[in-house]
Design a protein around this ligand. Structure first.
Ligand code: UT7
Length: 331
């Protein structure tokens, strides 16, 4: 048994104002609204035209602190999950720490692509449950527009920018909070989803820029096949381990990569459509941002009730994937 139960005590999000709808893409490349909508479920994405990933995190972080009555000085650890840090180093977590004035915090960036927020939450859980930290801020954020080739119709239409921030603390009530988590990583996924250059294996050069190697590369079909099985299986496994049926689940909050992957996951779990959170139509795939943005919207709309059984599920580059079972702890 852990020393303490951990729980999300606040959640907030930020998405930029600029909208790229399917028409925006249709005017620039060989694509159309019908293809994008039927294959992905996406209609619009929000784009950060000015500023960095931390500039999306900060407003959400301030709102999350306000929501749970905490100040920046109360934060013990800041975890920023992203594949689009402000810079390669220092960690974006340090920039967030500085701008918030979180003078008592340490922190780090966590790179797990579309599973980033889920892995970050599981890390925060471990810190809180063990008593190492009392208050952890988990920031899931990506400015995907900074690494997209807007000449490539197979990737550019999929992603958007956005950030979500959760505060994880000791739960005052043992019966609610983060109950269970299953997380996986498998590096055999590397060939199918990666950025070719800019890392230590292939540093930036004129050649890498000319070859457009600083953008998202994806073999969509290969990733789709793995994601559709991986996200569904791990979600079903976390339910089975906790004796949950589809009827017991109040909300499925899945990573928003493709509406067809979300539907397959819900079917495998036996969860009806009305309990499945989908905002991919408005925001596209915001990578680390998807799950906290969904949770924040749900909370803002008053749809989450104290004690609700919530399943979070994700799949992404690596491959990385996992599911978290939590009982909603915000009144
Ligand atoms: O979040 C991180 C993890 N990522 C994912 O989970 C994404 C997983 N993959 C997917 O969601 C899907 O594979 C995509 C949405 C990326 C692609 O859908 P698909 O049904 O797998 O299409 P496809 O790649 O098999 O392409 C089918 C056709 C191809 O044309 P041909 O070869 O059949 O003539 C593509 O060139 O669709 C073409 N195509 C497009 N057509 C119009 C690809 N992109 C577009 C486009 N507009 N934007």
């Amino acid at each position: 048994m852990p020393q303490y139960r951990s729980a999300l005590t606040a959640i907030a999000h930020y998405v930029p104002d600029t909208v790229y709808d399917n028409q925006w893409f249709a005017e620039r490349m060989d694509t159309n609204d019908e293809w994008i909508t039927s294959r992905t479920g996406i209609k619009e994405r929000r784009i950060m035209t000015d500023g960095a990933t931390s500039d999306m995190i900060l407003p959400a972080a301030r709102e999350a602190l306000e929501n749970c009555g905490k100040t920046a000085a109360d934060i013990d650890i800041i975890i920023v999950t992203t594949v689009t840090p402000d810079m390669m180093f220092p960690p974006t977590a340090a920039i967030v720490q500085r701008e918030l004035g979180a003078k008592n915090a340490w922190g780090y960036d966590l790179s797990a692509a579309c599973s980033g927020f889920l892995f970050g939450l599981n890390s925060a859980r471990a810190f809180v449950e063990s008593g190492v930290a009392k208050t952890v801020m988990v920031c899931g954020a990506d400015k995907m527009s900074s690494i997209l080739n807007y000449d490539d119709r197979t990737t550019s239409i999929l992603f958007g920018d956005g950030a979500g921030v959760a505060i994880v603390e000791r739960s005052e009530d043992e019966n609610v909070g983060i109950i269970d988590a299953i997380t996986h990583i498998d590096g055999s996924g590397e060939p199918y989803l990666h950025m070719k250059a800019g890392g230590s294996r292939k540093p930036a050069s004129h050649e890498t820029v000319d070859n457009k190697e600083h953008y998202v590369f994806q073999d969509g079909q290969a990733v789709f096949k793995k994601a559709v099985i991986g996200m569904a299986e791990v979600s079903a496994e976390v339910m089975e381990r906790n004796n949950l049926t589809g009827d017991d689940v109040a909300w499925l909050v899945p990573h928003q990569a493709n509406k067809r992957i979300i539907d397959a996951t819900a079917r495998r779990m036996g969860v009806t459509d009305d309990k499945v959170i989908v905002n991919i139509d408005r925001f596209g795939n915001t990578t680390s941002g998807t799950i906290p943005i969904c949770l924040s919207e749900l909370q803002k709309n008053g749809q989450l009730k104290y004690g609700d059984n919530v399943i979070l599920a994700a799949f992404g580059a690596g491959f990385t994937w996992g599911a978290i079972y939590l009982k909603w702890a915000i009144k």
